[in-house]
Design a protein around this ligand. Structure first.
Ligand code: NAD
Length: 434
């Protein structure tokens, strides 16, 4: 099959490289010429483990190419994927669909012969109808079907998630389109991956419902963590105690500083907007959005309290900026709320992240960036862990002790043991643990 991937970001590049690895011929298209230039030179513009090798192998095999010119790629494609961004629209929190609609128009002008147009971007219910209308209006003679095929990959484990997914969801009423989608995902049929065929609207909603449910789960355990702190219980044991119940499940029950990232914040918000517009509010998600936003802001207060209530003139060494480990993605990361609040309170922040500092520099000012974890905490009044990179799980604690001016460690990811830290003489504050 021939595939055109419109948008070569975290989702488009991974999906394109994986489809090529399945044996299809893929052209990844992006408007961002610098991104395409880098890809053509063999550089990967994002940090995603394993992606450099996968891209190189498939380029070498002649199955994967990059371009800013969509024309040939779209005209020759059996399937054109829309994998452009759908950020929160400024002001109202609805998903901004302008990139999706622009891509639809462009595809309509360039398609040739029966073409399946697949929306991989996360889009609100009814967007497929609008994409179909745009294509019909722009090119009344076009022979096409619009399919919803939401993506569930997680940054940091994206290749595995794409190649061994829990499920693939395909929303369309067209049997011709279903055939093309079956062929595209055929290697997964061999692995017995569940492939769910639904209506387009159902498929669009599945993606938002999945993200909202996960956000509810995280927010639930975060509130339990606060309650644990208030009543002297241990949230990790609560997580284990409830998670072993198969109906609840153990995943996504780690208390922390609140969810961030390129998906949960914008998707939970967009779902609440869709629900309100439909006259059917999802109050649990409304509350989760509110509680999570407040939690990220409250984390700075937790640090300030741990440091005696005043951080004026003090230096804080921050470990981790990305919204989670194994990615350089900084979108809506908790660090973006926590660090400005600390600097506004008068602290000097010195931060280190293994992969995201080049992105962080665009979004965060008024702090210093260090070259290593130890450089970040050298002479600092406290060490604060915001992202649980593996390398922060195995710090030389004797060295940490001698590097820090005080003994305060605030661990917002619960990666150290309170008993062990106490034994080593740290004043150790974590989340929801005595
Ligand atoms: P991204 O911002 O990394 O990439 C989007 C790319 O699209 C950019 O490179 C941009 O230049 C390009 N683009 C925009 N308009 C274009 C056009 N008309 N033609 C060609 N290129 C164009 O975004 P992302 O993180 O890959 O997310 C894409 C979509 O996938 C979003 O809807 C997101 O919600 C969804 N999603 C993301 C993830 C994730 O973990 N990042 C996971 C699942 C779903």
């Amino acid at each position: 099959m021939r595939v055109a991937m419109i948008g070569t970001g975290y989702v488009g590049l991974v999906s394109g490289a994986c489809f090529a690895d399945f044996g299809h011929v893929v052209t990844c298209v992006d408007k961002d010429a610098s991104k395409i230039d880098r890809l053509k030179k063999g550089e990967i513009p994002i940090f995603e483990p394993g992606l450099d090798a996968l891209v190189a192998q498939n380029v070498e095999a002649g199955r994967l190419a990059f371009t800013t010119e969509a024309k040939d790629a779209i005209a020759s494609a059996d399937a054109v994927f829309i994998a452009v961004g759908t950020p929160s629209r400024r002001g109202d929190g609805h998903a901004d669909l302008s990139y999706v609609y622009a891509a639809a128009k462009e595809i309509a002008e360039l398609m040739d012969g029966f073409t399946v147009v697949v929306t991989k971007s996360t889009v609100p219910v009814g967007t497929g109808d609008e994409v179909e209308a745009i294509i019909r209006e722009t090119n009344p003679d076009a022979d096409f079907a619009v399919v919803s095929n939401p993506e569930f990959l997680r940054e940091g484990a994206a290749i595995k998630d794409f190649k061994i997914p829990d499920r693939v969801v395909v929303g369309t009423d067209s049997e011709r389109a279903r055939e093309v989608m079956r062929e595209l995902y055929r290697p997964l049929f061999l692995n017995e991956t569940p492939i769910l065929f639904t209506s387009r609207r159902t498929s669009e909603l599945i993606k938002y419902a999945a993200n909202a449910f996960l956000a509810v789960k995280i927010t639930f355990i975060n509130e339990m963590a606060d309650l644990c702190e208030a009543v002297g219980a241990n949230v990790q044991e609560v997580s284990r105690g409830i998670g072993l119940d198969g109906r609840i499940g153990r995943k996504f029950l780690n208390a922390g500083p609140g969810y961030g990232g390129s998906c949960f914040p914008k998707d939970t918000l967009a779902l609440t907007k869709t629900a309100n517009d439909a006259g059917c509010p999802v109050r649990i998600v409304d509350t989760v959005v509110e509680v999570n936003a407040a939690r990220k802001r409250a984390m700075a207060d937790k640090v300030i309290k741990a440091m005696g209530g005043d951080v004026k003139g003090k230096t804080i060494g921050v470990l981790g900026l990305a919204f989670k480990p194994n990615t350089d993605d900084m979108r809506d990361a908790p660090s973006l709320d926590i660090i400005p609040a600390l600097t506004e309170a008068g602290a000097t922040v010195r931060a280190y992240d293994p992969e995201s500092m080049h992105e962080a520099e665009k979004l965060l000012s008024g702090l210093d960036y260090a070259e290593s974890a130890y450089a970040a905490i050298d002479g600092a009044d406290a060490m604060v862990i915001i992202t649980e990179w593996d390398q922060f799980r195995a710090l030389d604690l004797d060295r940490v002790k001698t590097s820090l001016k005080s003994d305060i460690v605030v661990d917002l990811r619960n990666i150290y043991s309170p008993e062990d830290m106490a034994k080593r003489g740290f004043t150790y504050i974590s989340v929801g643990r005595p």
